[in-house]
Design a binder for this molecule. Structure first.
Ligand code: MN
Length: 228
């Protein structure tokens, strides 16, 4: 038995609708996966291969908890996203097999220090400090695919203080869920506990302290967080 020299970190887990909790291993995020959002970011909406970045698992914020406004930014944006929870690992997963690796789904927010990210983008530096800060990934409860199936279409929406800021449809993803899993599993081995944030539609904008963010994906679930 190993004697740890400091206390090991707790297992990060997301509550599951109906009981239990989903233990999280890694958090992957797809960059630029809706054409209109690619355009609003000044990018190319064409179907070039997907790209990925990561957030630490302990950036997840569960249970509709308040989100502390982070340091080192004056321009923190919301990005409303569908989240895929991987239950079965694999390498080089074929698109036709990909959905069998999915345990469930959730809604999530890829909160972004846009000013920090933009400095990094212009300098050709990593995005980590723009994306992977503390509490940067509010997430709703995970619902099992065995209950809801695998969503291919449906409203994805974010309201800020009751006003719709982001509204699109899952069918508008440039790379759909099987394609995303297949591509990512060719880069790294997928493991049980991995989450994939699948990208945001257009309408991203800054948030300030006091804002109440309410997101939902039709047929999947919802989340709520207040910026404090
Ligand atoms: Mn995103």
């Amino acid at each position: 038995m190993v004697e740890y020299v400091i206390a090991p970190p707790p297992v990060v887990a997301v509550p599951v609708v109906g009981g239990g909790a989903f233990p999280v291993r890694r958090v992957f995020c797809v960059g630029r996966n809706y054409a209109e959002h690619a355009r609003e970011m000044g990018g190319d909406p064409s179907r070039e291969p997907p790209f990925f970045f990561m957030k630490p698992a302990d950036a997840l914020l569960t249970g509709n908890a308040d989100m502390p406004y982070p340091p080192a930014t004056n321009d923190m944006h919301h990005e409303m996203e569908l989240v895929v929870a991987i239950g079965i690992g694999g390498t080089d997963i074929a698109e036709a097999d990909a959905l069998a690796h999915v345990w469930g789904y959730a809604v999530g927010l890829d909160m972004t220090r846009r000013d920090v990210q933009n400095v990094a983008r212009k300098a050709g530096r990593p995005w980590d400090m723009g994306k992977g800060f503390d509490h940067s990934a509010p997430i709703g409860d995970i619902v099992p695919a065995s209950k809801i199936g695998h969503p291919e279409k449906g409203l994805i929406e974010l309201k800020v203080n009751g006003v719709v800021r982001q509204s699109s449809d899952l069918s508008k993803m440039i790379w759909n869920i099987p394609e995303t899993i297949s591509y990512l599993s060719g880069l790294v081995r997928m493991e049980p506990g991995d989450l994939i944030f699948t990208g945001t539609p257009e309408g991203v904008a800054a948030t300030v302290r006091g804002d109440v963010l309410e997101g939902r994906v039709e047929g999947v679930g919802s989340l709520r967080t207040k910026i404090v």
